[in-house]
Design a protein around this ligand. Sequence first.
Ligand SMILES: [Zn+2]
Length: 321
Amino acid sequence: MGKVKYRYNPKTCKYEPWYLRGKALQDQAAIFIGLSFLLGGLFYFGYTRNFDSLEEQLLKKKNITLKVEWQILEDRIQAATADLNTLVERDDKNYRVILDSSPLAPEIREGGVGGSEKFSTEGLKDYPTVISDYAILEKLRSKVDVEVQSYKELNSILTERIEMWASRPAIQPINNKQLERLHMSYGARFHPIYHRYMEHKGLDFSAANGTPVYATGDGKVIMAHYSSSYGNVIYLNHEHDYETRYAHLSRFAVKEGDVVKRGHVIGYVGNTGTSVSDHLHYEVLFKGQHVNPINFFQRDLNNKEYERLIEAGSTDAKVLD
Ligand SMILES: [Zn+2]
């Protein structure tokens, strides 16, 4: 029960209960409703002005997360660009120099390989950072494509060079520890058996009978037979125009048709054919022409050892075949 209001009635000279009714009631109700609306409106205005809606709060939170992620993405793009630039520099200034290949032309690097879908900037006019980052990303992708192609090409060149280096007769056919003397006898010399000046187209390695003889490069045995001059001789055919010959062997360790690797034992030192002592006569041919084998050795001797092994000069050089 609400409080009952009393009013003084001059007619009855009494205080009597007073109730709103008629127009007064209507006026009071209108004032109350009007004030309620006014207060409600003020409250709503104040609230929306000073406090975000739940949806806005979520969007703001999401926006912060996106900004952080975008920054991380930008950092990654920068790091990837730096890594790529390092690879490009190594490609041009190291690998291609070592492999004797020209650096890629700048227009190839800048132009990319083409065929990619261009990024559409439609609807992103208000977001220049996004457009700019996508443009950087697009350029980076293009440069990566070029570099991938370049490394494939380098790999192909390298594989070819490795095969070529493996074929090259690059080591001595006799182990230095077992070598007694290397005779610098390439060129014309007086033959000890034919007793006349003849061209000596190889080097002679003095070593004990039975000393292993090694293939000096990867190749295939195209001949392993006895000849009256060379005695037991092996002909190896290497790729890339190289051929080697190993003469006066005591015996063979390979036969015709065998494929050998550099360092494989192919035979043993002997004194067969026109030879006056145990030694290996070794020849190298390039494009069918004899060349001095000394130019191909990867010397693993110091100068003193090298001098000791080589019987320098032609006048007192011992002639073996
Ligand atoms: Zn010889």
